[in-house]
Design a protein around this ligand. Structure first.
Ligand SMILES: [Zn+2]
Length: 56
């Protein structure tokens, strides 16, 4: 199991063995979305927030 540190809360986030670059994962502790930016070395960054659709 691969692990990285959540940049938001510092908890360890487990990554699936078949994780791929640009995959979006959620931190189990704080729930924030993380994007895998690099596999070697393993690095994640906060995923860009999706634009909300403000239309009503
Ligand atoms: Zn977190």
């Amino acid at each position: 199991m691969k692990r990285v540190e959540c940049p938001e809360c510092g908890s360890e986030v487990e990554l699936p063995a078949d994780v791929v670059e640009n995959e979006i994962l959620a931190c189990a502790t704080c729930g924030i979305e993380l994007e895998v930016v690099s596999l070697n070395p393993l690095k994640v960054a906060l995923a860009p927030e999706e634009e909300e659709d403000w239309g009503e």
